[in-house]
Each structure stands twice: as structure tokens, then as C-alpha cells.
Design a binder for this molecule. Structure first.
Ligand code: MF3
Ligand code: CO
Ligand code: CO
Length: 264
């Protein structure tokens, strides 16, 4: 069984890695482009429009558009929305909101996937603390990305940190292999209860994208769009995501230097 799950994980060639690196850089620069546009009074539909324009202007395609009937060029997830928030002209950002924008680009056929959190105006200390914890959860996962390590150590260390902070980790959505397609093997759990037996090898590329909740871990999907995933208790959720290459001695973040983007 160990071989079965490991075998399906694609080891990328140097040429593929360079393609995914370029796509990842574009996805990251899309988030940087959107950052100053995130303001009170702006709709998530407007941000989606600007995202689409930017990606198309760079000879790329937004991977989410029409993916399994998803209608938009990015996901916009506000406050209690965990992930897959559908941009809408009815969602108007308000001072104090926290917003996740998740962008996946297809450039020369290669996929790069990243998301980060934005503050809408000034946010409370409570929200700010939540963002710090979620970002540190991503960093904890990334630290486990080196060749020879067990894939399952990523989720283990994320959950350990999140729990120590009194937060919970969403188990209904995972990270994923990425690059030649949007979602490839392996599934990357952000929790400790996992049966992932794969060993990380140079040339593997996958996302780490933990969704961290202040309250309960469970989510529910909005009936009216069948996409928007919310916390079951209406409390805050936050998520940061990188596309990560396992290298000969460590890892490379293919979706750029997020430190320039993050603000707490
Ligand atoms: N970008 C998301 C991820 O990190 C996936 C969005 S799929 C969509 O895996 F259909 F909701 F857009
Ligand atoms: Co992803
Ligand atoms: Co994503």
C-alpha cells in the first residue's frame, strides 16, 4: 500500500519545475496587485474582475474559472467563510473584515496556487491574532517540507501548533499535488489523523494550505451556491497557501515571498 500511494505522486522534470515556478510567481504577483484594492466598500465581485484582468493581461488563465462549474477567477472568503467563497456583487467589504483571496493560474499549461489574508481597513486585535496563528500554521507545515520526511508530519505539526493556540484545523479540505493539473496526488492533510504514508522526494510539488478556525473545525456549504464553505459556528477562519517544491536538501516556495504581502 505504501508504494501505491507514493507511486501516483508525479516527480516533476526540471523543465516542468521551471514552468510551475513561473506560474506560481504570477499567482503570487496577482495577490500583490490586488492588495491595495482591498478596501471598505469594495465588492468581492470587483476584486474578481481585477484578478481576471491581471491574469489575462499576463498571458495566463485563472484555473478556477469554470472549474467544476465554479463561476469566478478567484475565491474570496470573508470572515467565517473557510474557503471557496464565490465573488459576488452582494458581498461588500466592511472595515474590520478579514478576507482570503485564493488565486490559481495556468501559465504555459502549468498551475500555480496560492492564497493569503487581507485586512479590510483596521481590524481588531482578536482578528489580527487569528491571522498570525494561521500564518504560523502554514510556516509550521512548510518547515516539514524536506526530502526523506513523512508527508504526514506536515499535518501533525500544523495541528500541534494550532491546538496549542486554542484553534482548530479544518479536516474537510486538504492541500494537494499541483503543477501539471489543478489537483494531483497526494492529498495533503493539515491534521494529525491521517493515513498518508508517502515519503517526500525531490521533484514533488504540492500545496500546503491549512484552514484554521477560532471555534469548531466543522464546515457547512451554502445551499444557494453549493460552493461557499463556512464555519459551522459562524466564528472566524483564516488560510494561507503556498505551492512548494521539494528540493535535494530542503524546499522552494514556488509562490513567492509572502512575507512582503502579509499584514496582521
Ligand atoms: N485554489 C483552491 C485550492 O487551493 C481551489 C479552488 S477550487 C474552486 O485548492 F473551484 F473553488 F475554485
Ligand atoms: Co490549493
Ligand atoms: Co488555492
Amino acid at each position: 500500500m505504501a508504494h501505491e500511494s507514493a507511486r501516483k505522486i508525479i516527480i516533476k522534470t526540471p523543465e516542468q519545475i521551471e514552468g510551475i515556478r513561473q506560474s506560481g510567481a504570477l499567482a503570487a504577483s496577482t495577490l500583490a496587485y490586488l492588495k491595495p484594492l482591498v478596501q471598505p466598500g469594495v465588492t468581492t465581485m470587483f476584486l474578481d474582475k481585477k484578478c481576471k484582468e491581471y491574469v489575462l493581461d499576463h498571458q495566463a488563465l485563472p484555473a478556477t474559472l469554470h472549474y467544476k462549474s465554479f463561476p469566478s477567477s478567484c475565491c474570496t472568503s470573508v470572515n467565517d467563510v473557510v474557503c471557496h467563497g464565490v465573488p459576488s456583487n452582494k458581498v461588500i467589504l466592511r472595515e474590520g473584515d478579514i478576507l482570503n483571496i485564493d488565486v490559481t493560474t495556468i501559465f504555459n499549461g502549468y498551475f500555480g496556487d496560492t492564497c493569503t489574508m487581507f485586512k479590510v481597513g483596521e481590524i481588531s486585535e482578536y482578528s489580527s491574532n487569528m491571522l498570525k496563528i494561521a500564518k504560523t500554521c502554514l510556516d509550521e507545515g512548510v518547515k516539514q517540507c524536506f526530502p526523506g520526511n513523512k508527508l504526514s508530519n506536515i499535518g501533525k505539526s500544523i495541528e500541534k501548533y494550532a491546538r496549542a493556540q486554542g484553534c482548530s484545523v479544518v479536516f474537510e479540505f486538504c492541500g494537494h499535488g499541483v503543477g501539471l493539473r489543478f489537483h494531483e496526488e497526494p492529498e495533503v492533510s493539515h491534521n494529525s489523523e491521517t493515513h498518508q504514508d508517502a515519503i517526500l522526494r525531490p521533484g514533488m510539488i504540492f500545496t500546503v494550505e491549512p484552514m484554521i478556525n477560532v471555534g469548531k473545525a466543522r464546515t457547512k456549504i451554502d445551499k444557494w451556491d453549493n460552493w461557499t464553505a463556512r464555519t459551522i459556528d459562524g466564528k472566524l477562519s483564516a488560510q494561507y497557501e503556498h505551492t512548494i517544491l521539494i528540493t535535494d536538501d530542503s524546499h522552494e516556495l514556488l509562490t513567492g515571498d509572502m512575507e512582503k504581502l502579509v499584514e496582521f
